[in-house]
Structure formats: C-alpha cells, structure tokens
Design a protein around this ligand. Structure first.
Ligand code: UD1
Length: 416
C-alpha cells in the first residue's frame, strides 16, 4: 500500500492549475450514453474514480480512449443493460448509470450500491424520482431492475436537494415524453455542467443552479465536444494548503463563484484572497485565526467535501472553532488521526469543537476516505517533523498527483 511521507514546515509558494471536476466528469460520462455519436470531453483528470467509470462504459459495450486529459467516447454500441456488480461496489456514484441506461435502452439493472466510508448513502430519492416518470422499479434480492416502456415527463419534488438524485432524474427525463420539472433540485455547479453537456448534444435542460430544473424529453441527440468545469473541491484544497502553511500561492483555472463559500471561510481565518482573472491568489497568515462557526450545507453553503481540509486548518488556529457536519453521518474519521498529531478536537454527534494548538507533530496516520485523507496531508504540511499518511489510494480517487503538485509548490512530500 502506498503512503505519503511529508516533512512539514515549508511555506507553499508558486502556482498550481486546477484540473476538471471529478464530480462533473462522472455524470457526464454516463450522459454520453444518451447519444450514439462521438463525445469529446476535455480537461478530465487522470483519477482512479474516473478510470472506474470508463470501465463501466467499456463493460456495457462502448469505447473510450484517453489522449492526455481528453476523453473520446464512442457510445454507438451498448451490449448489455446490466451494470456489472464489481463497478458498483468500487464506485457508488455508478448509480448514475441507472438514469442514463434507462434513457438509452428503456431498461437498466444494477446492484444496490450500499453505504460507504462516509455514511449509509441511501438512494430512495433517486428511485422515487424515477418512479414518478412512470419507470417501473423492481427491488429483487439486492438488485434494482428498471423498465421504462414509455416514460412520461412529471413534476417531481425532492425531499432533499440530492446531487445524485437530481442528476439521475435529469438523465432519465431526457427520454420521457413531454416536460419534467424537478423542484428542490440540487444547485451544485456540477449540475450546471451536466445541463450544458446535455444541451450541447441536443437535449433541452434549463434551470440548473436554481432549485427548479426543467427537462424537455425525447429530443434528437448528436455528438459534441465539451470542456469540464474546474474542480471546486481541488481548488479549495490547494487554497487551504496555502493557508495552513502561511504560504502565497496562485491557484489557476478557478471559477470564483463556485468556491466562494470556501473563500469566505478562509478569509475569516485571516487569509488574504484576491481574484486575478480566472485565478485566485491567496496569502495565508503565519497562524490562522479560529473560525467561530461553520456548517456544511448543500450548495451554495459550505461544502461537506471541504469540512475535513478546513478542520486541519482550524486545528492550528489561535482559538476555538465549531464545525457542524449536516450532510453525511460518518464524516469525522480524520479527527482521531488529527488528534494523533496533537490536535485538540472534541466530537459530539454532528458537531466538532476544535481548540487550536500551537503546533502539530508528525506521526503515522491513516486516510479513511478521500477528503479526510487530503486533510491529513495538509496537516502533515504544517506539522513539525515527518508525517506518514497511509492508504493514499483514497486520496488518488480525487486528486491528480497531489504529491507532484504540492512538491512544485515547495512541499517536501514523497509517495513511497
Ligand atoms: C455528491 C458528491 C459528493 C458530495 C455530495 C454532497 C458526486 C459523485 N459526489 O454525492 O462528493 O459530498 O454530493 O455535496 O457528485 N440522500 C438520501 N437519499 C437519496 C440520496 C441522498 O437520503 O436518495 C442523502 C445522503 O445520504 C446525504 C445527502 O442526501 O445525506 C446528500 O447526498 P447527495 O447530495 O445525494 O450526495 P451524492 O450525490 O451521493
């Protein structure tokens, strides 16, 4: 198992470019199945999660080729309506193929994705939404089988603005007769990217970024070239890396609006952040200030994916901060690891109280999930001495060569 070995204490300096958003690439690769014509996707990072989704496309009979950061998909052939179990177990966002396969074939079969490192992650909202479109959903022995002889547009109110459910319903609705209206839809920027992609191939979706999305179904689809939006969580992670080391870094390829909730919090911690065209310049304080209160919320609230990285920063701040995690029930697994490094954090249910300490000490810690793993790397950049972060594969799911990019900013980090 690979590990990161980090010698802390270096202030990060220089510039780094943010890659395309993993959470956009995943649903857009599924959406490629809505057409039979060639799709070219630009700025797709080389990540384990994306490779797994490419594996699904290949397993169902489509062709995918990578040329640098460009993916070329030939979705003209589909040979099965069953998404192989092994992929669903490896990457739970493969559930998004349900909507895409229903739209393309009128049927789909997938095993229940189940929970993961950060929580139970039910899919009731996905399935209830699909049923409203007239899709027959059968639950049989751990499998979900969907049949859609003639899906009909419908008005769907989501009890919670789930990102995945919104995406799945949009995908299935492209094949429904008439219009589908999704109310209380998720507003995350990745949904806007999915909308733009579907419209580029001939679909008609509007409203992404608001809580009401309208999809016109049954439109003829074509091929297209589409560039993926920058990854707001990767951008937020580099911003926090600069802030925790008191460094000065230019983060390139950023949409400021998308990362504003993170920028606002980092400014509260005393970092100076300026927008420079499509880049953001950050200068961190030697000792971050505490942040009185942060609550994770659906977009445009503070993202749950940035909770762990921000907690590393708070752990070396000059006072007490409170962090409330409202999205996922099991997303504090980095906390015991930060405590091993000398952090002073108490958890009570969904709330973490972080009493900033003067310094963290390097030790061996284990990454239990993607963003928690990134948080431990950030803590290692600040800590005295050497930190070893085990299980880098979690981190590699979402960050393209994190160690190379941090090294280019002056960090001492090796993968061993
Ligand atoms: C997506 C992101 C993930 C991010 C999350 C929240 C991808 C591939 N992943 O995950 O990185 O952390 O949004 O911003 O884009 N829920 C239900 N029933 C459902 C669906 C969801 O109760 O049918 C609950 C979940 O358990 C969770 C909350 O809704 O508590 C939010 O989940 P959701 O927005 O669906 O997240 P994902 O799409 O899985």
């Amino acid at each position: 198992m690979a590990k990161f070995m980090i010698t802390g204490g270096k202030k990060l300096e220089g510039s780094v470019r943010v890659t395309g958003a993993k959470n956009s690439v995943l649903p857009i690769l599924a959406a490629a199945l809505l057409t039979t014509k060639e799709i070219v996707l630009k700025d797709c990072p080389d990540l384990a999660d994306i490779e797994k989704v490419i594996g699904i496309l290949r397993a169902v009979g489509s062709k995918v080729k990578r040329e640098g950061s460009t993916l070329i998909v030939d979705p003209s052939t589909i040979t099965t309506w069953v998404i192989p179990d092994k992929f669903v177990k490896e990457i739970r966002s493969s559930i998004i193929f349900l909507g895409a396969m229903i739209a393309r074939l009128g049927k789909a079969k997938v095993t229940y994705p189940g929970g993961c490192e950060i929580g139970q992650r039910p899919i009731n909202l996905h399935l209830e939404g699909l049923k409203k479109l007239g899709i027959e959903v059968n639950d049989s022995y751990g499998y979900i089988e969907c049949y859609a002889p003639a899906p009909m547009g419908a008005e769907i109110h989501l009890d919670y603005p789930s990102v995945g459910a919104t995406e799945n319903i949009i995908l299935a609705a492209t094949a429904a007769h008439g219009y589908t209206i999704i109310r209380n839809a998720a507003k995350e920027p990745e949904i806007g990217d999915l909308q733009n992609f579907i419209n580029a191939i001939g679909g008609k979706v509007c409203g992404a970024g608001t809580s009401t999305i309208i999809v016109e179904g049954k439109r003829p689809m074509r091929g297209a070239t589409h560039t993926i939006i920058p990854d707001r969580i990767v951008a937020g992670t580099y911003l926090t890396a600069a802030a925790i080391t008191g460094g000065e870094v230019l983060i390139e390829n950023v949409i400021l609006d998308h990362i504003y909730p993170v920028v606002a919090k980092l400014r509260e911690s005393g970092a100076i952040i300026k927008s420079v065209g499509s880049a953001v310049l950050i200068k961190g304080r030697d000792r971050p200030l505490p942040i009185y209160h942060t609550t994770t919320l659906p977009y445009p609230g503070f993202p749950t994916d940035m909770q762990a990285p921000l907690m590393s920063l708070l752990s070396v701040s000059s006072g007490t901060s409170v962090m409330v995690e409202t999205i996922f029930e099991n997303r504090f697994k980095h906390v015991p690891e930060l405590i091993r490094m000398g952090a002073n954090i108490r958890i009570d249910g969904k709330t973490a109280v972080v009493q900033g300490v003067d310094s963290l000490r390097g030790t061996t810690v284990t990454s239990h999930d993607l963003r928690g793993g990134a948080a431990l790397v950030l803590a290692g950049l600040r800590a005295e001495g050497q930190t070893i972060v085990e299980n880098t594969y979690h981190i590699e799911r979402g960050y393209e060569c994190l160690e190379c990019k941090l090294r280019s900013l002056g960090a001492e980090i090796e993968k061993i």
